[in-house]
Structures are given as C-alpha cells and as structure tokens.
Design a protein around this ligand. Structure first.
Ligand SMILES: NC(=O)c1ccc[n+]([C@@H]2O[C@H](COP(=O)([O-])OP(=O)(O)OC[C@H]3O[C@@H](n4cnc5c(N)ncnc54)[C@H](O)[C@@H]3O)[C@@H](O)[C@H]2O)c1
Length: 255
C-alpha cells in the first residue's frame, strides 16, 4: 500500500451528501492508502448510499453526538471493522434556525444550547469515545469557520465555533501527554448542506470571491479535506492545538 496515509485507520464523521467536506476527506483518505470507517447521523440509508460513491466501500456506524448511548457503544462498533484508530475527523455542525441569520439578540438559550452541544461539546465527546482505540501518534481533526471575528449572519454558530476552537486547545493540553494531537482546519465558505441552511450565506461567498488573495472556489472541498488529512499524516508530528486556515488567504488581510 502506498500514499500519505498508507496503513492508517480513520474514523470520519459528517458525511451526508457528496458535497460534505467529510466526503472529500473520506475519498482522498482512501486514495492515499487509508482504511475509512464512517459515522452517519439520522438518515443512515442516505449516508450508506453516498458511501457507495467512495473509491472503496466504507462501513457506516450510526452516531448522534448528543446520544450518550451511541457514544458509549462507538468504540466497540468501530472495533468490528478496524483494530484501532490512527485518526478521527470531526466534521459536524448544527444550529437551530433561530441561531443564524441576524436574530442574535433574540435567540433563546435552548437553541444556543443545542448548537453548542452538537457543534462544540461534541469534539470532546467524540474524542473521548474514541480514546480507547487511539495510541501515541494518532490525531483528531475538526472543522471550524474562523471564530476570531463577528461575522454577519453566522451569529450563535460563530459563538459555537469559538468554543470549538477553545475545546480543541484544551483537548491538545489534556491529550498531548498521551501522544495524541488535536488540530482544526478553518475552511473558507463551501456550498454544503450545512452552509445552504445559513440565510445570507452569499455574503461570505461574495466576500471570499472578491478578496481571497489566492482566489476561492466555493464548490471545491478538496483543499480543506487535504489539510485535514495532512494533519492526520506523519508529517505534522509536533503540531497540536493548531488552526490551519484553508481559506485562500482571506484571514491574513485587513480590508
Ligand atoms: N461549508 C462551509 O462553508 C464550512 C466552512 C467552515 C467550516 N465548516 C464546518 O465543516 C463541518 C462539516 O460541515 P459541511 O459544510 O461539510 O456540511 P454538511 O451538512 O455536509 O455536514 C454537516 C454534518 O453534521 C452532521 N450532524 C449534524 N448533527 C449531528 C449530530 N447530532 N450527530 C452527528 N452528526 C451530526 C450532519 O449529519 C452532517 O453530516 C462543520 O463543522 C461545519 O461547520 C463548514
């Protein structure tokens, strides 16, 4: 077997369509020699159908990251397919409609709590659920949208992402002594199902298209996926608690 990830065993969450960032991650991982196990949320038969479009068949395990039962059963279910994990990809986000689109001042706590549970706390829950399968040298990667700024319409999802970025740093602190790395990729806007549910998302699309110094392709998930996999490869052995921007350079500029 050859490739950047030859012999690596990866758990990839977050595939729902073939536009999902996680789908690109799974596809390129297989092309680079990895064995991939997927998790799917809710619409399992849909995820299984999408999984058939990968270069090789990949098993799908049901996982709702807010379900303690699912999280407790996860390691054993993964063991039915692989004997350990070298990498875990967290590609999960959700916020109720009231959290996005400009109603920031009126969003009720219950909705914010849901956004934070699914999009922020789940990085910790997923990682801890996978720990029994992970050895020194393994890693976790998640996806953020640069949370150092207050964006238009992103609202409470931006707050959830700020929490995700902090959670990643704390996980890096607590898991470093076990030799486990935890990093994030800050992707620019991509037209996925999650993005389409954000009213006013075109504001990001226009800004990136006009301003990213390298240019930005809103329908190409591959650069973000490649960065996730590079971070899980053996080529970032001393990097943890990091956020790698894959945004065409947008973050580096002022106005
Ligand atoms: N699309 C973008 O512009 C963009 C930019 C930066 C970061 N991101 C992040 O990338 C990640 C993947 O999103 P995407 O853009 O590929 O969209 P997507 O809609 O394809 O993926 C989101 C995934 O989250 C899963 N999910 C939602 N609730 C869940 C739950 N309770 N348990 C388990 N899984 C659950 C969905 O099933 C779906 O597979 C998210 O964290 C998102 O915030 C996206």
């Amino acid at each position: 077997m050859s490739g950047l990830l030859a012999g690596k065993r990866l758990l990839v969450t977050g595939v729902i369509t073939d536009q999902s960032i996680a789908f690109s991650v799974a596809k390129i991982a297989q092309e680079q020699g990895a064995t991939v196990v997927l998790t799917g949320f809710g619409r399992l038969s849909l995820v299984e159908r999408i999984a058939k479009r990968l270069p090789q068949p990949a098993p799908v395990i049901e996982l709702d990251v807010t379900s303690t039962e699912h999280l407790e059963a996860l390691a054993d279910k993964v063991r039915e397919h692989v004997d350990g994990l070298d990498g875990v990809v967290h590609s999960i986000g959700f916020a109720p409609a009231s959290c996005l689109g400009g109603g920031f001042l009126d969003t009720p706590w219950e909705d914010v709590a849901t956004a934070v549970h699914v999009s922020t706390y789940s990085l910790k829950s997923l990682t801890v659920a996978c720990l029994p399968l992970m050895a020194p040298g393994s890693g976790v990667v998640g996806l953020t949208f640069d949370a150092t700024k207050a964006w238009p319409v992103y609202d409470w999802m931006g707050v959830a992402k700020a929490g995700l970025e902090s959670t990643s740093r704390y996980l890096a602190r607590y898991l470093g002594p076990k030799g486990i790395r935890v990093n994030l990729v800050a992707a620019g806007p991509l037209r996925t199902m999650a993005a389409k549910s954000i009213p006013g998302f075109e504001k990001f699309e226009d800004a990136w298209t006009e301003r990213a110094p390298l240019g930005w392709n809103l329908t190409d998930q591959e650069p973000a996926a490649r960065a996730c996999l590079a971070l899980l490869s053996d080529w970032f052995p001393a990097t943890t608690g990091e956020i790698v921007h894959v945004d065409g350079g947008f973050h580096a500029l002022g106005v």
